[in-house]
Design a binder for this molecule. Structure first.
Ligand code: DC
Length: 254
């Protein structure tokens, strides 16, 4: 199976690194967090409380979440286009408001059951194909795709992760305070790692990588070296352009 599972806490670098690893190897990249975020955004939009477990669970089962590779008309730095029905929610699911409730949504067992099932199907389908898949989340190596031959767990101190999230939101023009982000992140870490179902933790056979003090490129290269050992493949020779042109064909993942 050509699958790489990348897990780790919020803003540990999973999607930045995972996306680049996927590009280098010609593997499909799939960030599972966007599905939890889409459900969180939808309940907020409809005025449903995140603690109304049954309604939130049903929402996860029924919400028409679409994830597809960005088209060439969407050159705004997105890694994927996320839709709920026809509505493009790619950026709205990344708001601080969604950040604040998404961990509660992700701790809901009905939500996890619905989304894990879909994610596992995507992982199996693409991981068993020739192209391969890089899946990122919190429980990919432990629950979604435990058979992935290469598992990575990224770490970074919470202050550094909060700083990264602060920069990311500020660059998108959001008026945010570092102290508030740090506080929210503490709460999210706690909920993500202490929930009863599929808590955040490294799989037993995961390679743990500290991203603090390392450049993105260094972390990517570390993973590519491991991938070469496990899969016997190095970076694809077709390069970035070819892969994004595959993206522009609009592969729908979900
Ligand atoms: O990685 P992220 O910040 O976009 O994730 C959003 C939330 O979804 C976060 O609270 C953890 C949760 N999540 C999860 O529980 N399992 C996953 N496989 C991916 C994300």
């Amino acid at each position: 199976m050509n699958a790489i599972a990348i897990d780790g806490p919020a803003a540990s670098g999973k999607s930045t690194v995972g996306f680049l690893v996927g590009q280098s190897l010609g593997f499909l990249f799939f960030d599972t967090g966007v599905m939890y975020r889409a459900v969180a955004w939808a309940i907020q939009d409809r005025g449903i409380s995140s603690t109304d477990s049954e309604t939130v669970g049903r929402m996860a089962e029924e919400l028409p979440i679409g994830v597809s590779a960005p088209s060439s008309e969407e050159p705004d730095g997105r890694q994927a286009t996320i839709q709920i029905g026809e509505l493009d929610v790619t950026w709205s699911i990344r708001s601080p408001e969604v950040d604040r409730i998404v961990s509660v949504v992700a701790a809901n067992s009905q939500v996890r059951q619905a989304l894990t099932q879909k994610q596992r199907l995507i992982g199996l389908e693409h991981g068993s194909g020739e192209a391969g898949v890089v899946m990122v989340g919190r429980d990919i190596g432990t629950v979604v795709l435990p058979e992935a031959p290469l598992k990575i767990y990224l770490e970074a101190p919470i202050e550094e992760r909060a700083r990264r999230r602060f920069l990311e939101l500020s660059q998108r023009g959001k008026d945010v305070k570092l102290a508030r982000i740090l506080e929210d992140m503490r709460v999210r870490d706690l909920i993500d790692s202490e929930r009863a179902v599929a808590p955040l933790r490294p799989a037993q056979d995961a390679h743990e990588i500290q991203t603090y003090g390392a450049t993105i490129q260094e972390v990517v290269e570390q993973i590519l070296l491991l991938a070469e050992k496990v899969f016997g493949v190095g970076p694809v020779s077709c390069g970035k352009e070819d892969i994004s042109s595959e993206g522009s064909s609009g592969i729908a993942l979900v």
